[in-house]
Each structure stands twice: as structure tokens, then as C-alpha cells.
Design a protein around this ligand. Sequence first.
Ligand SMILES: Nc1nc2c(ncn2[C@@H]2O[C@H](COP(=O)(O)OP(=O)(O)O)[C@@H](O)[C@H]2O)c(=O)[nH]1
Ligand SMILES: [Mg+2]
Length: 359
Amino acid sequence: MDRVGLVGLPNSGKSSLFNALTGGDAVVASHPFSTVETEVGVAHVPDPRVDALGKMSESRKIVYAGFEVVDIAAIGKGGEKGDALGSRFLAGVREVDALCLVLRSFEDENVPGDTDPLASLAVIELELALADLATLEQQLTKKRSRVAPVDPAIAAGLKAAPAAVAVLEQGTPLYRSSLHAGDREALKPFFLLTDKPTMAVTNVGEDRLADSDELVAAVEKEVGSRVDVLAVSVQLEAETARLDPAERAELLEGLGLGQGALVRVAQAAFDILGKWVFLTTGEDESRAWIFRSGAKAPECAGVIHSDLQRGFIKADVIRWDELLEFGSLAAARSKGKVRLEGKDYVVHDGDVLEIRFNV
Ligand SMILES: Nc1nc2c(ncn2[C@@H]2O[C@H](COP(=O)(O)OP(=O)(O)O)[C@@H](O)[C@H]2O)c(=O)[nH]1
Ligand SMILES: [Mg+2]
């Protein structure tokens, strides 16, 4: 499962966002450094496509796509300088597949901390860039003292390192830079923090929801086009997280919050991670599965089970909304609307698959 790490200054609303996404009970506290342990939870993404297919097939079970949310221990200014919290923070960031920067934009005199999202962004990015700079300099020093030939992957990384160092020395994260894709790829063996797909959430106060677009535009202008930015009124969303889904949907709708933060954050996360969703449906279950965008049918079959990839023969494929029109796979098949696709079929987001296999 993909892991998305929440990264932000103390009191930016990370633990509240964690709760809003997972429906969980992370410790929400109003003083810095109270949540130093990293929390991990799973966000299940409500998906009307799965609901509709489940109804059509009278499925006993509905399974949504999920991703892991990691509430990473807060950083403070100077946190990278090797103190316990700093190293725990960096270890937490290193373990995730994507970063979600949480930028406080709500005013509350009872909650200490900066409320300017751009100021928070600058602090966070500097911390991350400095950590990456230290990693690369370590690698380059090691290289100078090395006698034995280096692993080719590391050698390619070292070749790309000086360009990355030049960017990081400016305090600029790599996800903002114009480094070539090839160089970014070559740097992979160093597990750099700012080389990860990144998104940002500005946590707007419930009283400033109307200013959301403006806040988002300001952050977008600063971080550049590679970072997905969205506004979430985190506390409001966290308060709805424990309601049952129908009640929650109604409340969010009433507040003008649409599908809510969970769906929007999930969409952005899957987008920056390059992930799509395919679906399966039957009496047992209707289910959403996450796969690498651009993957072919056998790789998708492997997401369900490795046997299905190993013994892959063909896949029956139909788009979810087309299938709904026919009311069943059998009906769609009898009208010749189910395609039989082979090993080279590139699966689309929203495809319903039935895998034929033999092991
Ligand atoms: N008024 C207001 N308070 C918030 C909002 N988001 C978080 N808070 C409060 O800010 C404090 C810190 O939030 P928390 O999620 O623990 O932040 P963390 O330190 O980043 O994990 C808590 O008291 C929250 O209730 C918000 O959107 N509006
Ligand atoms: Mg916290």
C-alpha cells in the first residue's frame, strides 16, 4: 500500500488531518512536540463507482482503495541538526512514498504557531533541502575515500549529484527544480526526501473557507506546477470523520465541502504517485484496486494475486459506466460489449476487469 507522510510544523493540523483521513484517533494536541511518535493509519477512499457496481452485483462486500497515512513527528526550526526529534522526523519522511506538506492557514489565538502558509512552507522546505544536501555530501565524501569500484547505480547517482547539490544549496527542494528526469532517476539510490512526489494542503480556518482559492493560488505560485495544492478545513473535516458515511456525506454537502477532504486528498495523492484504479465486481465483492498508471493487464492481475499474473491468459474488460448500463457482465457480454484483451493491453482508470488465468 502506498504511504503518504504528513509533514508540517507543530500545530499545523497534521494529527487532525490524519484523523480526517483515517477516521482514527491520533492524539490531537495544542502544544508543540506532544505527538513525537509517528502514527500510521489507513485511509479508505469512498468511491461511487464501487458502490454502484456493488449494488448491481448485489455484492456481499464492498472494498475501497486504500493508502497509508503517516502522521510524522513534528519538526521545529533547527530540527535537522541531529537532535532526537530531528532524526526521528527525517527517518519518518524517508519511509514514505509521497509527501503531503501541511501548511497552517488558520487563525486561533489559543493555538501557538505561525499562520502564514508561505512562511511555514519556507521553513519545511529548508529543513528537507538541508537534509538532502547532507546526504549527498556524505555520499560524495565517501566516494573520494573509496578505493574499490562502486556499484553502477551509485556511480550514476554520483554523476548526477553535483547538479542536485547546486539546487539544494539554494535551499530549493528537488521537486521544484528543473533537473532532468534522467538525473532525478539516477538519484533514486540515495533516497532523497525532496525527490519524492509531493503535494500540499493549506489548512484553512472554518471561517476563511471563502478565501480557499486565493490561498491555494499563492502556494501554487510558490511551489510550482509539480506540486498538487489543495485547501482543506482540517478541523471541520476531522469532526465529520467519525460519522457514518451517509451522515457525513450529507453534512459535507450542507457545508459546501463536496465529497470532503478524504476524496480530494486521495485523488491528489494518486495523481502525484502516478496511480490509477481498476475495478472488479461479483457476488462476493466489488472492489477498487490501485495500480501503476500505464501498467498492462498482467501487472494489474498481479495486484489482485501473484497467481493471476503468473497464469495470466486474457482479461475481460469493460468500462465501469458502460457495464452499469447493461446491468451485468453477462448482459454486456451477450451484446458483444465486453472486450477480450491480452498481455499487451494497457489498463485504463475505471476499467472493470475479469482475469482469465491458469496456474
Ligand atoms: N480553529 C482551528 N483549529 C485547528 C484547525 N486545525 C487544527 N486545529 C487545532 O490546532 C491544534 C493543533 O492541531 P494538531 O492536529 O494537533 O496539529 P499537529 O501538531 O500538526 O499534529 C489543535 O488544537 C487543533 O484542534 C482548524 O482548521 N481550525
Ligand atoms: Mg500532531
